[in-house]
Design a protein around this ligand. Structure first.
Ligand code: IMP
Length: 439
């Protein structure tokens, strides 16, 4: 009954659009990891919304949104996002619930991240500089500050002590002009006054809602290959973006997940450093970047582009138990004579059909391609499978065959309406039959 939407590549797969598309069929959308490093773009008619921290479901009036304990929350970024949405006519009101157990990002997290990246030099990760990693480090190091802790109003209580300790660690690490913990403590108190109305027990809220028969969409951020455990470590984000992170990041059991939908582009992109076996250098990569407008929604950085990598997406199928795929941005491939599809990797004398768990092996892999015919007529804006060019249908069928799961949705443009729902596919059945996945 409930569905999880998870990135099957290195993030930026177009999850925002798919979540937005599915939201009318649920009453709650819940995010379980990451923070405002994410950038989910949703186009509705002429309006464009870019969501970073709020679940994409917030665009639908009446839908309630949850930010789970697995998310790291930068209060300034949250307030800015809420204000921007208000200028676009979207009121968050009482539709938001933030887990009291979510950890916060404070200014010293951003400063420590910039310092760590600079110190790494050539070994830098290429992070988004949002303070995500250092906040998760504090959480695991058991010195983090949780959302509920901000409600401590005493002058010398546990919140003041934690801020004092963390700011003095920041001052030791960074040197130069010292940050003033008292000023930060005062700022944080002002934050609580605005935040308090949205804070609560997200696990309990979700559990009660599901018991009452409400349908939930679980919204993943980033992608499988940026997962802290299963991604291309160390070139990853600091959370579990794969399906396992959903249970820990929201406080719900695995049986609450009825189906898992993986989102993958019809090609591959990656922002930041780390191996990308099908990466295209030169004019073809530039062409994909320009026609796909492949620039980060959060940082504006150009994305690295390459062909569809079935080895990587098969791995995402395995790690997440994907039931089906949504293939996005197929229109970006319109007009190409040929489209290579990576089906395995060559590593030295070996042919690998499974994604290597070791980063240095992956870095030494060459893609093995099967070359398919491109199409000259447009897929852009096509809304019925029958209307796709035959070569595009063949391409999609090959993706299904080499990835090993059916395609449920094909996205042919950024607008909500530019979407093909595969007849009889997972989402078609899910929409028609609310109880399909409930047993
Ligand atoms: P961090 O999440 O800022 O620590 O960045 C770690 C890595 O994940 C970098 O390569 C980022 O570019 C990448 N990353 C983080 N969030 C996203 C996202 O939402 N989309 C794509 N890449 C991301």
């Amino acid at each position: 009954m409930n569905i999880a939407v998870i990135g099957a590549q290195w993030g930026d797969e177009g999850k925002g659009k798919i979540v937005d598309l599915l939201t009318p069929h649920v009453s709650i959308v819940a995010r379980y990891q990451g923070g405002h490093n994410a950038g989910h773009t949703v186009n509705v008619g002429d309006a464009q919304f870019i969501l970073h921290l709020l679940p994409s479901g917030i665009l639908h009036p009446g839908v309630r949104c949850v930010i789970g304990n697995g998310v790291v929350v930068d209060p300034d970024a949250l307030f800015a996002e809420i204000e921007t949405l208000a200028t676009q006519g979207i009121e968050v009101g009482d539709r938001l619930l933030i887990s009291d157990k979510a950890h916060v990002i404070l200014p010293y997290h951003r400063e420590l991240e910039v310092l760590a990246e600079a110190r790494r030099g050539d070994r830098r990760i290429g992070t988004t500089s949002r303070g995500i990693g250092p906040s998760y480090e504090d959480k695991v190091g058991r010195r983090g500050i949780r959302v509920a802790d901000l409600g401590d109003t005493s002058d010398d209580g546990p919140l003041a002590a934690a801020i004092r300790e963390n700011v003095s660690a920041r001052n030791r690490a960074i040197g130069g002009a010292e940050a003033d913990w008292r000023a930060l403590h005062a700022d944080v108190r002002a934050v609580w006054a605005r935040l308090e109305r949205w804070v609560g027990d997200a696990s309990l809220f979700l559990t009660r809602a599901m018991e009452a028969g409400e349908r939930v969409l679980f919204e993943g951020a980033q992608g499988t290959l940026l997962d802290i455990d299963h991604g291309t470590y160390p070139f990853v984000s600091s959370s579990n973006s794969t399906v396992g992170g959903l249970c820990t990041g929201l406080g719900v059991g695995p049986r609450s997940i009825g189906a898992v939908l993986g989102i993958a582009k019809a090609y591959t992109t990656r922002v930041g450093r780390g191996p990308l076996p099908t990466e295209l250098h030169g004019t073809m990569g530039d062409q994909l970047r320009e026609s796909g407008r492949e620039y980060g929604a959060s940082t504006g950085r150009p994305r690295r582009c390459g062909w569809y990598d079935a080895v990587a997406v098969r791995y995402a199928v395995r790690i997440n138990g994907l039931d089906a795929l949504a293939i996005t941005k197929i229109d970006v491939l319109d007009g190409l004579d040929e489209i290579p599809l990576c089906t395995s990797y060559r590593h030295g004398d070996e042919v690998l059909t499974e994604f290597p768990s070791n980063g240095s092996t992956l870095a030494g892999c060459e893609p093995v391609y099967e070359v398919l015919a491109g199409w000259s007529s447009r897929t852009a804006g096509v809304r019925r499978y029958e209307d796709l060019p035959s070569q595009a249908k063949t391409y999609l069928k090959r993706i299904e065959a080499v990835t090993g799961v059916p395609i449920a949705i094909v996205s042919t443009g950024s607008d909500r309406a530019d979407t093909i729902l595969m007849t009889g596919g997972l989402i078609d059945r899910w929409q028609a039959e609310p109880a399909l996945f409930s047993e």
